[in-house]
Design a protein around this ligand. Structure first.
Ligand code: ATP
Length: 370
């Protein structure tokens, strides 16, 4: 597979960014980390906005920069689309005017994706005649992403595009972003400090900490690593499971999912039977039992085996990693519960999750896409 190959060092005073990384040019790669860890600095380097960085960046077979040879391809010749936190639109133009501007300018690069494809992917048809000053934050971001796609980039860089939006607006826009790599065969590097967005959107993630890569890999794998501790969040820590829709229950407005032979019940998801969905389980919403409970309002009971226990010396809590059919599920429970239940590696347990604690999925797939 073609790669974005990065070997870069950049210093600002006491801050040192050092990244050696090969990012597959497919799907969504999240660049994740706390504020100030260097995410935007790296994105600026990839887009050609920072000439001072030492080292190299190669996009497939193209050398974008190499300080050893002095090569440097400027931004406008990299074929990179960059979307910032705040949608930078032309306020004197309508939505259609903003999109048409980008469309006309990039005609010589090609005619794919078409204007109509992009409008459809971001559901902008009802907004085309509106002034961009009359849009909500989420709508503005959809227009900004569409406009960038119409510049026909080879790589899309999104720098916290949802940071300024509330939960509802985020939920509206996430499925649109999730669909872009498959629909337009465009790889995305997505900067965020939200574990939730990573879990719902990304295929792979790179965790940056103080300018260095602390972890990398498929999202499911990295988010289930309890050794990363606060780097992947305490309150927000959790894992993502890929499950298949196996039924809808109209009476109770619930959807039944199959996760590797075990059932999950979630509030109704719009998706056809057979479709795959990603659901996120936050560690703090998972409880553990050593016997199958009865007489409980919790509907989701998965069986598994404790793989790892990490007690936090400075808090009342411990993180327990449970193997559920080969997938790691994290539970944040008290150290007292760990001691009381005798939770230790190899111990069979039941994982309990309230259905409302399962984050709504952002994307559905056909099974052959997964
Ligand atoms: N042009 C600059 N001049 C001096 N210092 C800079 C410059 N750009 C970034 N820095 C410093 O580099 C470090 C990394 O900044 P960067 O913006 O890459 O972090 P980030 O992970 O994107 O943070 P956030 O999530 O808050 O946007 C910070 O300490 C920042 O102050």
């Amino acid at each position: 597979m073609a790669m974005l190959d990065i070997g870069i060092a950049r210093r600002f005073g006491a801050f040192d960014l050092k990244v050696e990384e090969a990012i597959p040019l497919a799907g969504i790669t999240a660049l994740f980390g706390h504020s100030g860890c260097g995410k935007s600095t790296l994105l600026r380097i990839l887009s050609g906005l920072d000439r001072e960085a030492n080292g190299h960046v190669r996009f497939d077979r193209d050398i974008w920069q190499d300080s050893a040879t002095g090569q440097f391809v400027p931004t406008e010749r990299r074929g990179v689309g960059y979307v910032f936190q705040d949608a930078r639109l032309f306020d004197h133009l309508s939505v259609k005017g903003n999109l048409a501007f980008a469309d006309r300018r990039s005609r010589k690069i090609g005619d794919r994706p078409t204007f109509d494809d992009v409008v459809d992917a971001l559901d902008l048809a009802p907004l085309l005649d509106r002034s961009v000053t009359a849009l909500s934050g989420g709508e503005r971001q959809r227009v900004a992403i569409a406009r960038t796609l119409l510049s026909r980039p080879r790589l899309l860089l999104l720098d916290e595009p949802l940071a300024a939006l509330d939960g509802r607006r985020k939920a509206e826009i996430l499925p649109h972003i999730a669909s872009l790599p498959r629909r337009f065969s465009i790889p995305i590097v997505y900067v965020t400090h939200s574990v939730e967005e990573v879990g719902q959107l990304a295929d792979r993630m790179i965790v940056l900490s103080a300018g260095c890569v602390a972890a990398r890999g498929p999202v499911e794998e990295v988010l289930s690593r309890i050794d990363l501790g606060p780097l992947t969040g305490r309150f927000e820590a959790g894992v993502t499971l890929t499950a298949q829709i196996v039924g809808h229950d109209a009476e109770w407005a619930m959807t039944k999912l199959d996760h590797r032979g075990q059932r999950l019940l979630v509030p109704r998801i719009d998706g056809a039977i057979g479709q795959m969905v990603k659901v996120r389980l936050r560690a703090r919403d998972v409880a553990l039992a050593t016997e199958r409970p009865s007489g409980l309002s919790i509907r989701n009971v998965l069986s598994g085996t404790v793989r790892q226990v990490a007690a936090e010396a400075d808090t009342a809590y411990a993180e327990v990693l449970v193997d559920v059919a080969g997938v790691g599920v994290r539970a944040r429970v008290t150290r007292m519960a760990v001691a009381g239940l005798g939770l230790a590696e190899g111990r069979p347990v039941f994982v309990l999750v309230k259905s409302i604690a399962i984050d709504r999925p952002a994307q559905t797939y056909r099974q052959d896409d997964v």
